[in-house]
Design a protein around this ligand. Structure first.
Ligand code: UDP
Length: 346
């Protein structure tokens, strides 16, 4: 067992749940918190079945400081936190910006306040996003961490940018604090056990849940948003990263924020595969990997979509000793296995 305990906020969420599994596998003591605003207690059962361990957990809202403080009272051995808990629907954030600023900023502020109260709580790993880069200029592809941060295109994206800035200022002011911001590209797939995975509420906005729901017959067909983009096949390009690979990067980041003599106290890493795939390529991978029929057609562009973005993950490869190397066909099969499990297919 490792020394100390890792707090995971948003532990029942998509990336949070996979990360708890990898932390436990790596020998960390954890405690999870979640308010289940966009997640289900079933995920905790899934984590416990996968790991064979009881996961310490508290149902609470990080935007309520009094509630949040209770986890630190109950678990005084917390040395690092991974902060996933946040609202994440881009469209909703445009309609309800105050909800996003209020929740996403206050939760992080409380985490920082409660962390700097006790110098043992020295590490924070923050869940950020490649959305901070906006539409990268062509000379900045693949995107490195030093590519310019562009004005956010949604309040959701702005909360990620603002939270990174808040953390940057706070490490300067509080010498006990060590922070790593992880900028994710497009996380997809599910744990190979099919016991945890992504659980979108209502009509999925993201590509892979829409694909798997269409394959399951819940949606009539996939609409590919635009095939007249300046890309080889006319559809947008993204860097799709397997959620279990992504989860492992968090384990490496926790080890790094807890390292003694870590001088770079606010550090940023891109988490992606380094390879861009078009929507059409991804769809064809899905059909080939699963053998399932996937009705699709081309529709108009989606407003606000970025044409092409993929990561240069060299810094994370080198400094975190981590690489996303699961083949995309395996990843898509895992997403399909999870969808079938949820729907009771086969
Ligand atoms: N996409 C699509 N049809 C859908 C959902 C998404 O064609 O029903 C496309 C979308 O235009 C984008 C890519 O799939 O080019 C990834 O979209 P997603 O929302 O998953 O991620 P993001 O846009 O945040 O990168």
């Amino acid at each position: 067992m490792k020394e100390g305990r890792v707090l995971v906020t948003g532990a029942a969420g998509y990336i949070g749940s996979h990360t708890v599994v990898e932390l436990v596998n790596a020998g960390y003591e954890v405690v999870g918190v979640d308010n289940f605003s966009n997640s289900s207690p079933d995920m905790l059962k899934g984590i416990e079945r996968i790991t064979g361990k009881r996961i310490p957990f508290m149902e609470l809202d990080c935007s309520d400081r009094t509630q949040f403080a209770k986890v630190f009272e109950q678990y005084p051995d917390i040395t690092a936190s991974i902060h996933f808990a946040a609202c994440k629907a881009v469209g909703e954030s445009v309609r309800q910006p105050l909800k996003y600023f209020e929740n996403n900023l206050s939760s992080l502020l409380h985490l920082i306040e409660l962390s700097v109260e006790d110098s043992r709580r020295r590490g924070i790993v923050f869940s950020s996003s490649c959305t901070v880069y906006g539409e990268p200029d062509p000379e900045n592809l693949p995107v490195r961490e030093d590519a310019p941060v562009k004005p956010a295109t949604s309040p959701y994206g702005r909360t990620k940018q603002m939270n990174e800035e808040i953390l940057r200022d706070c490490v300067n002011a509080y010498p006990s604090l060590n922070v790593i911001a992880l900028r994710y590209f497009n996380p997809i797939g599910a744990h190979p056990s099919a016991l945890i995975g992504e659980m979108p509420l209502g009509v999925p906005q993201n590509l892979v849940p829409y694909i798997t729901q269409t394959a399951a017959g819940i949606r009539k067909e996939l609409k590919i948003f635009g095939n007249d983009y300046p890309t080889p096949d006319g559809t947008c390009i993204r860097d799709y990263i397997y959620v279990c690979d992504l989860a492992k990067a968090h384990v490496a980041a926790v080890a790094k924020v807890l390292e003694d003599g870590n001088n770079d106290r606010f550090d940023i890493f891109n988490l992606g595969t380094g390879t861009g795939l078009s929507v059409l390529e991804l769809v064809n991978h899905f059909i080939k990997a699963t053998g399932v029929n996937l009705p699709y057609s081309f529709g108009p562009r989606r407003e606000g979509d970025i044409v092409k973005v993929w990561a240069d993950p060299a810094k994370a490869n080198k400094e975190l000793g981590w690489k996303a190397d699961t083949p995309v066909d395996d990843v898509l099969r895992s997403a399909w296995a999870w969808e079938k499990k949820v729907r009771g297919i086969e």
